[in-house]
Design a binder for this molecule. Sequence first.
Ligand code: GP9
Length: 385
Amino acid sequence: KEEINELLASEDRAVPREDPLLMPGLFEGKNLLMIQFESLQQFVIGQEVNGQEITPTLNRLVESGLSFENYYPQTAEGNSSDAELLVFNSLYPLKEGSTFFRYPMVDYPSLAKDFKEEGYTTTAFHGDEGTFWNRDAVYPSMGFDRYYDIDDYEDVEEHALGMGLSDEAFFEQTVNHLQELPKPYVASLITLTSHTPFLIPEDEKLINTGETKHTSLGNYFESIHYTDHYLGEFLKKLEEEGQMEDTVVVVYGDHNGVFKETKSEVEQWNGRAITEEQWRTDFTSVPFIVSSTDLKKPLHVTDVAGQIDTAPTLRDWFGLPDETTALGHNINRFMNEDVFLLRGDYGERIVIGQDRKVTDYQPGHFETLEVSERLIKSNFNHLSE
Ligand code: GP9
């Protein structure tokens, strides 16, 4: 433990803020809905294609809530499951393979467990097989009482789309499951339809992407718009049921969906050339948006943050004790001077500073992640049956 603490201290690059972003404990006792939006990237937020908003629902949430513009994914070979690992446990993923498969039953320092201690119901929802990414084995270790996977949803064949259940059916039926949960609850919803290769059937497309139609980028826009639309319907339903007063909604992207191969299409769409550095800083961040009736005015944060910072920050906003191990920083009270990024697709370590410039770039460098591996291994004492 001492060794880990020393390593953590040597990696500390945070500076205290003069004032917290939000009043600590502002959301105490509220339900928390965490929505992990498949392949969602920041560069589509507030943007249009062929004269139409790509993400109208998310744009409205940004206009009324708190949003980060420079929140970076730090996932590795475990892709979406690494995002869950990072966000809920403030641990970096392992450098090789999937953490969820290699360490399914360790005592994760999970946010869900802290909520449970406060009497919350903890539940996860996803429209894929329970075994995918070993989630059915890992979720209990992360403190989730119940995992609703595709087998818990109805008319699955009729609503199959892409890798599993369509997000339309997922959101529609999850509303009913949420109604049954004892409150307060923390619920993790993992969306699926906007997964590569982003193919939405012609009769289910909800946007005409004009000149980008039938390109990789156009397909990406169509599938992001699809999920954004049904997220909007979902939120509307919760609103009608009067659930929003007591619920904080957090939407974040898990990892990138548009990679450098598609850079020329992105350049054509937004009409300007993009340098390598601009690509790394401006086209690899993912949204992190918080919506709550407790937020009386919009707050748009440009500080650099990573998925690793999510759990300690949420603990502060929900007034949970600050005793759980976290490799990230509480962004409510500290600012990162820089953030380590691990990109699974190129295996590179990128450091982006507060000035949003790349301060360090090392292909295939994973040294900082050793801290996580040691931390996870040290938890083997707590292996359950
Ligand atoms: C699978 C889904 C997608 O259940 O979460 O995972 P990904 O392929 O993006 O890691």
